[in-house]
Design a protein around this ligand. Structure first.
Ligand code: NAP
Length: 298
């Protein structure tokens, strides 16, 4: 642990306090947020994440309901279930937990979720909104990562930022969110010829690759902000499994101005952004119903 650590807990608590206040205020109306979590097949890999989402949702007054479908469920059956949730006025947000079995297209499921209930920010409409600089609802991890950079109080306009990894769920939305803030963004991936040429000149580096300790100290400019998004399980010194990020913390911490530890950095903020997205989606849903049927409660 270092005084350069950018820890996520306080950031998450602050976001959750805002959401909790909004849920409380809603009690005067007939509206209340309800998240529907969809898992398919064996849930062991996601169980800890889902339980954490449930715990946090319930703590701040968001109803959290789980639907688990059997491993051999068909794509059409899942799509039909999502469509039913789309038209159920008591469901205000839908999360598709990954991974899903190989015969299911997660992309098709994400597209089936109505954009007004897309709390993950993964529907093409939500991603398109970011491209058009509407930044309030974005993919949770990407948004959480950018929140962490904002906590450094670095001026984002003109900041040289390198994003390592260009997945649809993390790297690309981070790049769009930062471009909208005025940063100068370089995106690197597995075909980038010399990664460290880019990372060494960056004021801030985001790493979302899934390769343990990919970014090492000599690849970082002194004083840079390092946002580590990776979550990797590796063998610890005593042979037991430990979780590490994509950043080699020990060699980077001496060079960094700020660094997000793993665990304890971006992770807790991601869940709080999911809760904030739930409220944003619900506000949009409410505005939609009011525009359609007139103001007042359902
Ligand atoms: P992903 O879909 O596998 O994408 C990985 C990205 O890294 C791809 O764009 C890939 O580029 C790029 N890449 C692969 N090897 C590279 C290399 N040697 N140098 C530079 N780039 C390279 O993974 P993801 O879903 O974005 O997740 C990335 C990491 O974040 C994982 O560890 C995941 O567990 C973690 N994660 C954390 C959270 C959180 O809440 N903290 C949430 C989601 C994910 P190509 O496509 O060109 O190969």
């Amino acid at each position: 642990m270092s005084n350069r650590d950018l820890r996520g807990r306080a950031v998450a608590d602050e976001i959750l306090a805002g959401v909790a206040a909004e849920v409380e205020a809603l009690k005067k109306t007939s509206w209340s947020p309800k998240l529907m979590s969809i898992t398919v097949g064996d849930v062991t890999a996601v169980d800890v994440y889902v339980r954490n989402q449930r715990r946090i949702a319930e703590r701040i007054g968001i109803v959290f309901e789980e639907r688990n479908f059997p491993e051999n469920v068909g794509q059409q059956e899942l799509l039909a279930a999502i469509r039913a949730m789309n038209v159920d006025p008591t469901v205000t947000g839908i999360i598709i937990q990954r991974p899903v079995p190989r015969h299911i297209s997660v992309k098709a499921l994400q597209i089936a979720v109505h954009p007004l209930k897309d709390v993950e920010g993964m529907h093409p409409t939500s991603i398109g909104n970011i491209v058009y600089n509407e930044l309030d609802l974005a993919p949770c991890t990407a948004m959480a990562s950018v929140e962490m950079l904002k906590r450094t109080n670095l001026e984002l306009k003109g900041l040289e930022v390198v994003v390592v990894g260009h997945s649809e769920i993390v790297g690309k939305p981070i790049a769009f969110l930062l471009m909208a803030e005025g940063a100068t963004v370089t995106v690197c991936h597995h075909m980038t010829r010399n990664l460290q040429i880019h990372t060494r000149r960056a004021d801030a580096v985001f790493v979302a690759v899934g390769r343990p300790r990919l970014l090492t100290g000599e690849m970082v400019k002194p004083g840079a902000a390092i946002i580590d998004i990776g979550i990797n399980e590796v063998d610890g010194p005593d042979g037991r499994k430990i979780v590490v990020g994509d950043v080699d913390y020990d060699s980077c911490v001496e060079h960094a101005g700020w660094i997000t530890p793993v665990p304890g950095g971006v992770g807790p903020v991601t869940v709080s952004v999911l809760m904030r997205n739930t409220m944003i989606a619900m506000r949009r849903l409410k505005a939609h119903y009011e525009a359609e049927f007139g103001a007042g409660d359902l």
